[in-house]
Design a protein around this ligand. Structure first.
Ligand code: UDX
Length: 432
């Protein structure tokens, strides 16, 4: 089977490389020629642990290739994965599907034999129906099958998530496509992944509903953390206690800053927008979006309290600025709200991120990048641990700084309060 991945972003590149590593012949297509040339040299445009090694290995053994020629790549392949972006439309909650439909039109003129056309991109329910309409304009219906196969990869864990997924969801009622795809995924199924065949619309909705549910779980525990802070309860005890109930489960119950990234913020908005279109009110998800928006304000207010409302000229350090650890992705990171707000109030901000300097802060007054943890925390009044990188998990603050002790606000609950306090630091964390 020859596979063609259209779009070499997170989903397309990671899935393509992993499919190649499973022994398939894969061509990854992107219209960005610089990106394709970069990839052909074994260079990776995104930060994802382990990805570079897999690209180089599979490119060398010729199972993986890169191209800008969509039509040729599609005509030579059996299974086409659409992996282009579905960002929010400017100033709207609705998903922008223009890239999906443009790609569908291009595929349409390259169908020379039976092809399975799969959406791996996150697309609103009924998008597959539209793709099918586009393909039918130029092709007989027995020449193609449109399937939904959503991806559940997490940035920073993408390769592991691909190889050991909890489930593979295939949205098609076409027996032939299902047989072919079950075979494609058989190496993962034999390692324990559940395989769910369902309708195409259901598969599309499973993806959005899953992301909306996880975002709800996080937002729920974040609000419980607020209550814990008022009542002297440790939120981690609550997460453990709730998580032991198998109906709830312990994962995604870590309280922290507002959730961010490339998926949860955009997908929660898109599912409410789709529901509105179908005259259904997803009031729970709407509340989650509102609560998450308010989360950065709550944490900022806590910073103001910690500094006795005197922010002007205070030296504040951010350890980590991306939306979570093990990624260089800044999309919808809560630091993009907090750092400018603190700068506006006159704070002097230094940040250190293991993935380096961020252009997002280049125009913000009094915000400076540091090249090391030590430099970032030197002379600081308040150190904010914003992301949970391993690099930040065992810092010996006492031996790293001589002289003035700073306050620590651990937004990821990495440290044990008693141990840090025993070193003579004032320490605040989330929900405890
Ligand atoms: C998410 C989904 O997990 C993945 O299945 C989907 O396909 C893409 O979106 P990703 O955005 O890479 O993946 O990161 P994830 O690990 O899910 O974290 C999202 C946000 O939630 C981050 O801001 C993270 O810090 C936050 N989070 C996560 C918490 O605050 N607490 C948790 O317990 C888990």
């Amino acid at each position: 089977m020859k596979l063609c991945m259209i779009g070499t972003g997170y989903v397309g590149l990671v899935s393509g490389v992993c499919f190649a590593d499973l022994g398939n012949e894969v061509i990854c297509v992107d219209k960005n020629a610089d990106k394709i040339n970069f990839l052909k040299k074994g260079k990776i445009p995104i930060y994802e642990p382990g990805l570079s090694e897999l690209v180089i290995k599979n490119f060398k053994n010729k199972r993986l290739n890169f191209s800008t020629n969509l039509k040729k790549s599609v005509s030579e392949s059996d299974i086409i994965f659409i992996c282009v972006g579905t960002p929010s439309k400017k100033g709207s909650s609705t998903a922008d599907l223009s890239q999906i439909y443009d790609v569908a039109k291009e595929i349409s003129s390259s169908i020379n034999k039976f092809k399975i056309v799969i959406t791996k991109s996150t697309v609103p329910v009924t998008t597959g129906d539209e793709i099918e309409k586009i393909l039918s304009r130029k092709n007989n219906k027995n020449k193609f099958s449109v399937v939904s196969n959503p991806e559940f990869l997490r940035e920073g864990e993408a390769i592991r998530d691909f190889i050991y997924p909890d489930r593979v969801v295939i949205g098609t009622l076409d027996k032939k496509s299902n047989r072919i795809l079950k075979n494609l995924y058989s190496p993962l199924i034999s390692k324990g992944a559940s395989y769910l065949q369902t309708s195409r619309r259901a598969a599309e909705l499973i993806k959005y509903a899953s992301n909306a549910f996880l975002a709800t779980k996080i937002t729920f525990i974040n609000e419980i953390a607020n209550l814990c802070e008022k009542t002297g309860v440790n939120v981690e005890d609550i997460s453990i206690g709730m998580g032991l109930d198998k109906r709830i489960g312990s994962r995604f119950l870590r309280a922290g800053p507002a959730y961010g990234g490339s998926c949860f913020p955009k997908d929660t908005k898109a599912i409410t927008s789709t529901a509105d279109k179908f005259k259904t009110n997803l009031s729970v998800v709407k509340s989650v979006i509102k609560s998450n928006k308010n989360r950065s304000k709550i944490l900022l207010n806590r910073v103001y309290e910690i500094l006795n409302k005197k922010i002007k000229n205070k030296k504040i350090t951010f350890l980590g600025v991306t939306f979570k650890a093990n990624t260089d992705d800044m999309r919808d990171s809560s630091s993009l709200i907090m750092i400018p707000a603190l700068s506006k109030k006159g704070a002097q901000i230094k940040y250190f991120d293991p993935t380096g300097i961020k252009k997002e802060f280049s125009k913000i007054k009094n915000v400076y990048n540091s090249n090391s943890i030590k430099d970032a925390i030197k002379g600081s009044d308040l150190v904010i641990i914003h992301t949970e990188w391993n690099d930040f998990k065992s810092i010996n603050f006492k031996s790293l700084i001589k002289g003035k002790k700073f306050i620590i606000y651990d937004m990821r609950n990495i440290y044990s309060p008693n141990k840090i306090k025993a070193q003579g630091f004032k320490y605040y964390s989330i929900g405890r």
